[in-house]
Design a protein around this ligand. Structure first.
Ligand code: ZN
Length: 239
């Protein structure tokens, strides 16, 4: 086996390793995982927003309770005036009656406000629970899919490592300088060694000069395509 034959085998394994890498990046579960992750982040954002709103409602509830208490105290103090015979005139009693009616109105309004607010708090609490349930469900789904995904990655990784071991076994049989040339070409052009197809370079499809074709017939010659720089290989069966 000549240097180029080994290098050709080396490249076959190398390209299969590339395919593994591509497969790993294209695992369909990967997109689902990313989607679920985004969904989870959205839900957490909503949870924070709902909590903020709940806090605002709770502050409003405290305020209304306080106002309700003030009105109730005003009632109580008027009642005490009557109870302790502090009301001396009919006019005073009449005024107190009027103020009592006003307070009653105010109380009714506050009660209405309280009821509305309690309804809001209830629906907010329902929404919070719903989000929490959704988050638990999404987390569960995420970890189940993540486990499947990890399994697939592991499988591909195993295949990749097996290919790499086989490829690296060939490394010692290739000249250091040739391997360096190979690596540079592989990095810049994806393939470094190409076969000849109908007297054309199998990499860039450029017709090869007669002199180049003649040189290729000599054994152990390493000839590059004048156009793309790839190493030309005649040893492998084509088609
Ligand atoms: Zn070429």
């Amino acid at each position: 086996m000549g240097q180029l034959d080994v290098l050709w085998e080396y490249q076959i394994l190398d390209l299969e390793m590339d395919k593994c890498e591509e497969m790993r990046k294209k695992i369909p579960l990967r997109n689902r995982l990313l989607g679920l992750k985004k969904h989870l982040i959205d839900q957490q954002d909503q949870l924070v927003k709902c909590n903020d709103e709940a806090e605002k409602k709770s502050n409003a509830l405290n305020r209304i309770n306080h106002e309700y208490e003030n009105i109730a105290n005003a009632f109580k103090s008027d009642f005490q005036k009557i109870d302790s015979n502090q009301v001396k005139s009919l006019k005073q009693l009449d005024e107190m009656h009027k103020s009592a009616l006003e307070l009653k109105d105010k109380l009714a309004r506050k009660e209405e406000e309280l009821n509305d607010l309690l309804k809001d708090v209830q629906s907010l609490s329902d929404k919070l629970n719903e989000i929490r349930v959704q988050i638990i469900r999404a987390k569960k789904e995420y970890s189940s899919i993540k486990a499947q995904y990890d399994q697939e990655v592991k499988k591909i990784r195993k295949e990749y490592m097996a290919l790499k071991a086989k490829r690296d076994e060939l490394k010692d049989k290739i000249d250091v300088s040739l391997l360096e040339r190979y690596n540079n070409l592989k990095n810049s052009r994806n393939t470094a060694v190409v076969t000849i197809e109908n007297n054309c370079c199998g990499g860039c499809n450029m017709a090869l000069a007669a002199l180049v074709l003649e040189k290729l017939k000599q054994e152990n010659s390493i000839i590059e395509c004048e156009n793309c720089g790839r190493i030309l290989y005649v040893g492998a069966k084509t088609g």
